[in-house]
Design a protein around this ligand. Structure first.
Ligand code: PLP
Length: 348
């Protein structure tokens, strides 16, 4: 007999993207933002005072709730601070799912969802996307207690319209969580749905759009009854005092945020176009990465040859993904290094 619960004993756990130790690599594998965080956020970090660390943090992160409420045009009690978007996912599984209450989501998608389902010992109903990554209509009738749609989706970069997700929210009589970790790089978001539907939770992250993956900060937007239920489930001090202060400054600096997002989007068009020119199939992306399908159907060997050149992208050895590379959009210089290396590799 192992020490762990049977479901814990059985699972492998989430496999995070590789974090190389050397500084001189081109790191395009975990969808980090290549630009630094807001200088205003860095100033707040430099000026953290001893009392801020000596005392427990505000359990609800009121300063951040107010700042995020302003940015999203919702009252502050519609916001829940989380220790990264992943914390919200974990809270949601614990709040809504158990042996009798399954989760449902379209696949392929974020590989953390099945891990959380296993930990919670709940059934995961996985509905395959079609070739164009349209929203599967079956998702409305799974009977799941929690339905998750990652939008823009990872690792495909595809986007489902706000109207379609509104129809899904309307059809479901259980909770719809829309994982908008990448929405900063899309043209639309689902904030308007939260106002119309009491069963919708939106997940946001400061890891990608705000260049703060190391800080660990994300948040939920939902109507107050859902937020209040989630508060019962979260750790009492789930976000620390430094993170609340820095995240509040970062989200308040919308001008800097928008500049960075525009730079990433401009590079995304360039990278996608050049990948197509050298023979990859690249569907449109609403995220800070592209999913590039190799012509000869082999991506693992290209991945290995990039690693030999100290260039890291993400490769998933999974059905439907094993002929593709997920490439994070980096700085112009990083992207050029990647594109030049790919040209070399393909002409070998
Ligand atoms: C990055 C990401 C998150 C949240 O990440 P955090 O770093 O925990 O904020 C959630 N969902 C998806 C699909 C992501 O890619």
């Amino acid at each position: 007999m192992g020490y762990f619960r049977e479901n814990v004993e059985k699972i492998k756990g989430y496999q995070p993207g590789f974090q190389p130790k050397q500084a001189d690599v081109v790191k395009l594998n975990t969808n980090e933002n290549p630009y630094p965080p807001s200088p205003l956020a860095m100033d707040v970090l430099k000026n953290i005072s001893p009392p801020q660390l000596r005392r427990y943090p505000d359990p609800l992160g009121t300063a951040f709730r107010e700042a995020a409420g302003k940015v999203n045009a919702v009252p502050s009690d519609w916001i829940l601070c989380c220790n990264g978007g992943d914390d919200l996912l974990s809270i949601a599984f614990r709040a809504f799912c158990d042996e009798k209450r399954p989760v449902a989501y379209p696949v392929p998608t974020y590989s953390l969802y099945p891990v959380l389902a296993d930990l919670q010992n709940c059934k995961a109903i996985e509905i395959p996307f079609d070739k164009e990554f349209n929203l599967p209509s079956k998702l409305a009738s799974t009977g799941a207690a929690l339905t998750i749609v990652c939008n823009p989706n990872a690792p495909t970069g595809s986007f489902i319209s706000v109207n379609e997700l509104g129809s899904l929210a309307d059809e479901l009589d259980t909770v719809l969580l829309i994982d908008e970790a990448y929405v900063d790089f899309a043209e639309q978001n689902c904030t308007s749905l939260v106002k119309n539907f009491d069963n919708v939770i939106i997940l946001r992250s400061l890891s990608k759009g705000y260049s703060l993956a190391g800080l660990r900060f994300g948040y939920a937007i939902a109507q107050p009854p859902l937020i209040e239920g989630l508060i019962k489930v979260k750790d009492s001090y789930n976000v620390d005092a430094v993170a609340i202060a820095v995240a509040s400054a970062a989200i308040s600096d919308q001008q800097y945020f928008r500049q960075n997002v525009e730079k990433v989007k401009a590079e995304r068009s360039k990278v996608a176009e050049q990948l197509r020119q050298i023979g990859f199939e690249v569907p449109p992306s609403s995220s800070n990465f592209v999913l590039a399908k190799s012509r000869n159907g082999k991506a693992a060997d290209i991945y290995d040859k990039l690693v030999q050149r100290n260039i890291f992208v993400r490769y998933f050895n999974l059905p439907g993904l094993d002929d593709k590379l997920r490439i994070t959009i980096g700085t112009a210089e990083q992207n050029d290094k990647l594109l030049n290396a790919l040209k070399e590799i393909l002409s070998e």
